[in-house]
Design a protein around this ligand. Structure first.
Ligand code: TEU
Length: 549
């Protein structure tokens, strides 16, 4: 099996990565053009978010045709070239498969809408509870009801996401066979990794009103989920030991993840869970402004580290993706301690037990978008909630403040390659504005600077290759009650690794409870470390990776 424990995955959002034809959208050729950059960084896999034919209502997560490439991104030849050029550099491709739903423009849904019973059964159509009353009170993740009325049938169809993303009916074996065909098709193209979008939502349970929430408890980690994953594994990627897989698990439970990512379960290699990224929400409510809860962040991450290990299940570890704000703006300090905090966050996430994922631009310390007008936003979720927040009575001003913090567009601004026009992303007009700070935060400048965030990420990846303890060590939480310090220990054979990070802009100290004289600092973000016996003094956002053999 490919050793995904020693690997690092680099996530590419093609639309915002690199544009080679001047249309303002990134493309597959743009990824090929930047492969040397990724090799320089040291990542083993690139996860590319969906580039299949799509009306792009949700930037490709609304797939119209799983077998073809959207002309905006290029051609099958471009894909094959990318695959072969990546292969030459020892980089493997991980594709993003969206199987909970299709686009409403998908042929299956179009046939369903004509009344063809075979295809109607590919989706979830239900009678309403009365005139104008949908089958259940479930809410779409992008706002509003999860049901859309179709007059012709006097029925509703389910869409957990946008109205243009109808949910597939996985209880229909024919749907599952079609999905298997898609996976096999991309396997035949030499693809060695798959990310499965919101895969834990595919098995719907009872269609009942939810009086406690938005309905998620009826379809999250649903009744047949493990059976469906085992079947998908057995019939497709499980036949190739080199393939690695990651499931995106929305609002999942840890108990289910023991199975999704359990070593002997034959489901997936690893999981993304998001509980640690809700520490600046109010419960499940994301569209509010609350400071992030540092203790909760630690508690959640530690809890998952300890228990997943106990159950021999593997984590994907990450701060950023195309749905999350930029971490340096979120849990760091993008102004006064930009570089220090970007590095600290990198160190503490990369040394956890799990496979690290880096989202494009994170390795440069890219920050939130800083948009001030609704015309700058593109994301369907942001646009919907901007309206919904105002309908709820919030002022426009307030709604803007919330978007500035939580919008998914924060991470979707173009990659900052140079300090030139449009950050070197395109020679045309970018589909979404480039962050103004590309004049200082950009790949060209960071490549030249030994002390850059980029070079820090590069060193972290090298450390993983060099020190088995990072991939295979056990995990022990430290400093659990400390108000500012994030610390943990990893152990492997005779070796020990102690990772420490200060999450705040004030100097602090922590007693490790053991003499640290024999430890060496493998990597840190300040020139000199202050340690006395077991006592570590940490400067603002300081991090250190200490090692003892
Ligand atoms: O995301 C699933 C998901 O749960 C998030 O979009 C989340 O609902 C959102 O951030 C709420 O704040 C996946 C993809 O990563 C995302 O880009 C897609 O929009 C979504 O699925 C639908 O396919």
């Amino acid at each position: 099996m490919a050793d995904f424990k020693k690997s690092v995955v680099y996530q590419i959002y093609p639309k915002s990565f690199y544009d080679t034809d001047g249309d303002g959208l990134g493309d597959l050729k743009g990824i090929t053009a930047k492969l040397d950059y990724i090799r320089e960084l040291g990542a083993d896999y690139i996860w590319i978010t969906p580039f299949f034919v799509s009306p792009q209502k949700d930037n490709g997560y609304d797939v119209e045709d799983y077998y073809n490439i959207d002309p905006r991104y290029g051609t099958m030849e471009d894909f094959e070239e990318l695959s072969s050029e990546a292969g030459k550099r020892g980089i493997r491709l991980m594709l993003d498969m969206v199987f909970n739903h299709t686009s409403s423009r998908h042929e299956w849904f179009q046939k369903a809408l004509t009344g063809d019973p075979k295809y109607k059964d590919f989706y979830i159509f239900k009678k309403g509870k009365g005139k104008g009353v949908p089958p259940t009170n479930w809410e779409s993740k992008f706002g509003g009801s999860a049901w859309e009325y179709v007059e012709k049938f006097d029925e509703y169809y389910l869409h957990l996401f946008d109205v243009s993303q109808p949910d597939l009916n996985w209880d229909n074996p024919e749907v599952r066979r079609e999905i298997q065909k898609v996976v096999k098709f991309w396997m035949s193209k030499g693809v060695k990794g798959f990310r499965f979008d919101v895969i834990n939502l595919i098995s719907k349970g009872a269609f009942e009103d939810d009086y406690e929430g938005d309905g998620r408890r009826f379809y999250t980690d649903g009744p047949n989920i493990h059976e469906y994953l085992k079947e998908l594994n057995e019939t497709t990627f499980g036949t190739d030991a080199e393939i690695i897989t990651v499931g995106e698990m929305s609002s999942t439970s840890m108990e289910n993840c023991y199975r999704y990512a359990g070593q002997d379960e034959n489901e997936l290699s690893m999981v993304f869970s998001f509980h640690h990224l809700k520490v600046d929400f109010m419960g499940n409510e994301k569209w509010v402004i609350v400071p992030f809860d540092f203790r909760k962040l630690k508690e959640i991450l530690f809890d998952w580290q300890v228990h997943m290990a106990e159950h021999r299940a593997w984590n994907a570890v990450f701060w950023c993706n195309h749905d999350q704000p930029r971490v340096v703006s979120r849990f760091g300090n993008a102004e006064q301690y930009w570089k220090e905090s970007a590095k600290m966050l990198a160190a503490v996430i990369h040394c956890l037990r799990g496979t690290p994922y880096i989202y494009q631009g994170e390795e440069l310390g890219m920050t939130n978008a800083g948009f001030t007008d609704i015309s700058q936003y593109r994301d369907v979720e942001s646009l919907n909630h901007f309206r919904i927040l105002q309908e709820k009575g919030l002022s426009r001003e307030n709604a803007y403040q919330i978007l500035q913090i939580h919008s998914r567009d924060n991470s979707r601004t173009p990659m900052q390659w140079t300090d030139g026009a449009n950050g070197g992303f395109t020679e045309g007009t970018p589909w979404i504005e480039v962050n103004k700070n590309c004049s200082t935060i950009n790949a060209a400048a960071e490549a030249k600077d030994d002390d850059s965030v980029f070079n820090f990420y590069k060193k972290l990846i090298q450390l993983r290759k060099e020190y088995d303890i990072i991939a295979y060590g056990t995990f022990e939480p430290e400093a659990e009650k400390h108000p500012a310090v994030f610390a943990y220990k990893r152990c492997y054979r005779e070796e020990k690794l102690l990772v420490v990070g200060n999450f705040y802009g004030m100097q602090t100290s922590w007693d490790a409870g053991e003499d640290l004289t024999d430890y060496v600092c493998l990597l840190g973000n300040y020139k000199q470390q202050i340690m006395k016996g077991g006592e570590i003094t940490l400067k603002p956002y300081e991090t250190m990776i200490l090692y003892k053999k």
